[in-house]
Design a binder for this molecule. Structure first.
Ligand SMILES: [Fe+2]
Ligand SMILES: [Fe+2]
Length: 300
């Protein structure tokens, strides 16, 4: 029969292993991904059409090839903007919390902080990759800039943090949102990085990001396992609720961003697409992955 002490040592040993792997695995430790030698093919889509929340909508299917191609370019831009916000506003604050106010002590604290500081470095590189990949595509497609920052995911995050009544709730909220995001981003990136039909640069950026995120989902789950052991029952219930709620934040179709895109592209039937596509895509896929996360970290 295992006890909490045995579990903690096993978790610390796994985090030490992930830290060792980080030196050889992390994209941040290799030469920067060079976009210039990658062939740009104007005929290839910049994004996977099946991932659009309206890919089966009649008005989308009636759009011209040029409009569809431009919308797929903007899908790449929206995806990267969302990635930048997740890195900067969801994952980075949670990493900073753990570096500044560790809930763990002794060797467990130092091992956890090494792994989290490494993840933080990775996220800064992912932000840079997303910015560069957007600019690469803008330079070649010559489409107008999408100036949009009102993502539902940020509004939701701000609302839930504003509803917190204590600092422990705010920290657990930031931590829970980051854990859930790190698990869900892995599922999303996997689909993009395996799509051989999309623009090479888009596939390579998502593949490089996916390699790091497979490891981050482990780092965050092991850190969560360790932290959960020290939580009271009410804190555990709170963290479980935050992780479950984050599914909706992550799966939001962000039709506000799409409304801007459709007006830039001049898509007929845009209002119908927006009205019919509000809500959340693929909630079940994400619900399954956070349910598995909750089981792994002992919060099922
Ligand atoms: Fe990332
Ligand atoms: Fe990450």
């Amino acid at each position: 029969m295992s006890c909490a002490g045995d579990e903690s040592s096993a978790v610390t040993a796994m985090l030490e292993k992930l830290t060792m792997l980080w030196n050889s695995r992390a994209a941040v430790n290799r030469a920067p991904l060079s976009f210039e030698h990658m062939v740009f093919d104007a005929a290839r889509p910049d994004f996977c059409e099946a991932l659009l929340p309206f890919s089966r909508h009649e008005a989308w299917q009636c759009a011209t090839g040029q409009q569809q191609s431009e919308c797929l370019t903007y899908a790449w831009i929206i995806y990267n903007l969302k990635t930048i916000y997740i890195e900067c506003d969801i994952v980075t604050p949670a990493c900073e919390d753990l570096l500044k106010f560790s809930p763990l002590v002794g060797h467990r604290r130092s091992v956890m902080q090494e792994a989290i500081a490494e993840a933080l470095l990775d996220e800064a590189l992912h932000t840079k990759m997303s910015v560069s990949a957007c600019n690469y595509i803008y330079d070649r497609r010559h489409v107008p800039l999408l100036n949009f920052s009102q993502f539902n995911l940020l509004r939701w995050k701000d609302e839930i943090l504003a509803s917190c009544t204590a600092e422990w709730q705010r920290r657990l909220t930031r931590f829970g949102m980051a854990c859930a995001s790190e698990t869900m981003i892995t599922d999303y990136l996997k689909r993009m990085s395996e799509d051989a039909a999309i623009q090479v640069v888009c596939r390579e950026v998502t593949r490089t990001h996916a390699e790091d995120e497979w490891s981050h989902s482990s780092v965050f789950s092991f850190v969560a396992m360790d932290i959960v052991q020290g939580l009271s029952l009410s804190e555990r219930v709170y963290l479980q609720q935050v992780i479950r709620k984050t599914v909706h934040m992550f799966a939001d179709n962000e039709m506000g961003a799409w409304a801007h895109v459709f007006s830039l592209v001049g898509l007929a039937g845009a209002d119908d697409i927006i009205a019919d596509s509000q809500g959340f895509a693929e909630v079940q896929v994400y619900t399954d992955s956070v349910t598995a996360l909750l089981e792994r970290i002992g919060l099922d």
